[in-house]
Design a protein around this ligand. Structure first.
Ligand code: AMP
Ligand code: MG
Length: 349
């Protein structure tokens, strides 16, 4: 398939380009669009064949449901059978933005989108380009992250180009994704509501509206082997090619332990995912990536997937990653890191 690249400047969004994308969605085509979390591989959520093609292009297992993206709250009525008051409150407070809500689906929703579940995932992105496109096409756009299944999610056009060129009809080049990790997923059909995937909208943010908020522990606890409630969480997502380990504890202890392990594995190509505070303390690794300052966890989230992809392009064999607090956006970062490490976490340093 010949993939067309359409470059859009978010400060000058040309109408004709938006119209071309709307037409492509209406014609059942696959279009990759930028969002504030990561790039999404989109298709018309009412077009079952087009949605099947999303799974084919990504190599995504069919039991992993898709998120529908909308521009206006009014669009929801067609997609769901009921909206609890707490979900309405969250829409008011967090939309447009990186929060996905699981709601009871309407009869109109295809089993392809929901992977046969009786619920559907919905989010309203805040990215300017995504919003213009969604407003113009007035369709719910089903869009998982625009990476090949198993690779880190794409936060820049070049990542999408690496994974999906020739597999989709159009890729919109809209710069880098600000947030850098996928949306927070919250199940509004359970009582109390439960976070199924931590993200940029944090437990602490949501607790303001939902005092008894629950969390699916499997998403942040490497030792919990129960099956996660969100199908996507059971896959070893975000996995770099290297063997990866995460170190949690006192920072001096972490640096010391990592330096020791680097020495023990001198024959291997090693990368360290470090932070501004620690990067100068490491010795002997082939690559030390500075994810940013621990004072600015958003910057760390923003840089994480790019760093994991860099380890792949540099043919790194072992990754030693520093861990973070499971608080705030740190919970979202650790969820991705634990997946990248396949649960290999070293505590107590
Ligand atoms: P992605 O867009 O690739 O980040 O994947 C979407 C995430 O939302 C996956 O982890 C899915 O398992 C999850 N998801 C989508 N629909 C549902 C649903 N109805 N119930 C639970 N999780 C869902
Ligand atoms: Mg994904």
């Amino acid at each position: 398939m010949n993939t067309k690249i359409i470059k859009i400047d978010e400060n000058n969004i040309e109408k004709d380009k938006v119209k071309e994308i709307t037409k492509a969605f209406s014609d059942g085509k696959l279009v990759v669009i930028p969002t504030e979390t990561v790039y999404g591989l989109g298709a018309n959520g009412f077009d079952e064949e087009a949605c099947k093609n999303i799974f084919k292009a990504k190599g995504r297992p069919m039991d992993n449901p898709l998120i529908l993206h909308i521009a206006d709250v009014e669009q929801i009525d067609e997609l769901v059978s009921e909206i609890p008051q707490v979900a309405k409150d969250c829409m008011e407070m967090f939309w447009p933005g990186p929060l996905t809500m699981i709601l009871k689906k309407s009869d109109k929703m295809s089993d392809v989108v929901t992977a046969g579940l009786d619920t559907v995932a919905i989010r309203m992105p805040s990215h300017k380009i995504a919003r213009e496109i969604l407003k113009d096409c007035k369709l719910p756009i089903a869009a998982p992250s625009a990476n090949l299944s198993g690779r880190p999610s794409p936060t820049a056009f070049k990542h999408v180009d690496e994974d999906l060129n020739n597999k989709v009809d159009i890729i919109v080049d809209g710069g880098t994704s600000n947030v850098g990790i996928e949306s927070t997923v919250i199940d509004m059909t359970s009582n109390p509501p439960m976070i199924l995937r931590p993200g940029y909208v944090t437990y602490e943010d949501l607790k303001v509206l939902i005092p008894d908020l629950a969390v699916d522990n499997t998403t942040i606890d490497a030792k919990d082997k129960t099956v996660p409630k969100s199908p996507g969480q059971k896959y070893k997502h975000y996995a770099p090619k290297a063997d990866a380990y995460c170190f949690v504890g006192n920072l001096e202890g972490v640096v010391k332990e990592v330096n020791k392990r680097v020495k023990e594995n001198e024959d291997k190509k090693i990368a360290i995912l470090a932070t501004a505070e620690t990067k100068d303390g490491y010795e002997g690794a082939d690559l030390v990536i500075d994810l940013g300052s621990r004072e600015n966890m958003q910057e760390i989230a923003h840089n994480l997937f790019e760093a994991l992809r860099k380890c792949d392009t540099e043919d790194i064999e072992i990754i030693y990653a520093e861990g973070f607090d499971f608080r705030g956006i740190g919970a979202g970062i650790m969820n991705r890191l634990l997946k990248a490490c396949g649960g290999k976490i070293v505590f107590g340093l």
